[in-house]
Design a protein around this ligand. Structure first.
Ligand SMILES: CC(C)(COP(=O)(O)OP(=O)(O)OC[C@H]1O[C@@H](n2cnc3c(N)ncnc32)[C@H](O)[C@@H]1OP(=O)(O)O)[C@@H](O)C(=O)NCCC(=O)NCCS
Length: 157
């Protein structure tokens, strides 16, 4: 466990199957039932050649992760981004997003899209800071019960 007082200097690496339980556990801490993902979804993205999971970590400790998936030759999506609660607001999310940007650049993608719950104001603010703009409202996106904003960012290659 990393305490607030300690400086956490994560490096970014690609996730492997050994990370499955830790990333699932972090997601469960951050999201309520109905919004959080089933472990099978993480397993799918570890197997899927169009997906990449980046981890911000130090040795065995995972401070955060992002799942990115290529949807088409021009478009990718952020499936989710999670930073461990005691380390939020220290630039880890931004670091993970820049790893995604670099990868998207290598694939010559033009757009990255994502969905964020309309109740998740802090994450929406984070994405705005990352250059994303709101494109539309997706009514009932989360199990018919919660709406989401679709957000999009154009990549300049
Ligand atoms: C949203 C999340 C991924 C952001 O990661 P983070 O490591 O906390 O964000 P960073 O520290 O990299 O912040 C980057 C920028 O966004 C801003 N930001 C981050 N969290 C913010 C917040 N709660 N409110 C306002 N701005 C915020 C920071 O001020 C920073 O801007 P700056 O560089 O101008 O100072 C993280 O808070 C998180 O895991 N939240 C819970 C899970 C979640 O909601 N994920 C999104 C799913 S759609």
């Amino acid at each position: 466990m990393i305490s607030k007082a300690r400086v956490f200097k994560p490096s970014i690496r690609k996730a492997g199957f050994g990370d499955l339980e830790a990333i699932h556990a972090l997601d469960q801490r951050l999201f309520p039932p109905g919004v959080r993902f089933d472990i099978d979804l993480f397993y799918f993205h570890l197997l899927d050649p169009a997906s990449t999971i980046f981890i911000a970590g130090e040795k065995d400790f995972i401070g955060g992760f992002v799942i990115f998936e290529r949807l088409s030759p021009r478009t990718g999506t952020i499936v989710t981004i999670d930073v461990t609660p005691q380390l939020q607001g220290r630039g880890i999310g931004a670091k993970l997003m820049s790893a995604v940007d670099k990868l998207a650049g290598r694939y010559d993608l033009r757009w990255i899209i994502l969905q964020v719950s309309t109740a998740n104001l802090l994450a929406k603010e984070f994405y705005v800071k990352q250059g994303y703009v709101t494109t539309r409202l997706l009514k009932g996106y989360y199990q018919g019960r919660e709406d989401a904003w679709e957000m999009k960012r154009r990549l300049i290659n």
